[in-house]
Design a protein. Sequence first.
Length: 94
Amino acid sequence: MKKCTLIAALTALALPAMAEDTAVLIGVDRYDEFRRVSGALDIMDAEADLRGAGFQVSTLSNGSARDTKRILTTFADGASADDRRVVGLSGRFA
């Protein structure tokens, strides 16, 4: 049920979409020092709906801290005042 609610919420945010609207989805379920987070990669299920709503979507699954910084920096650097941005995070982030 949580998964469906998340997808519905992200999709609702995406409508109606403009050509420059972008989203980034980051899921982490594997850690060196923590237990796994069950279902953390379910956030990726929202990718198709966001693309269908006209968003350009970047995703990262179980990326390193360096990969996460890179994808978020690229995402933020491309932002303008007229664009809508969606950030979906699932897992443990510090």
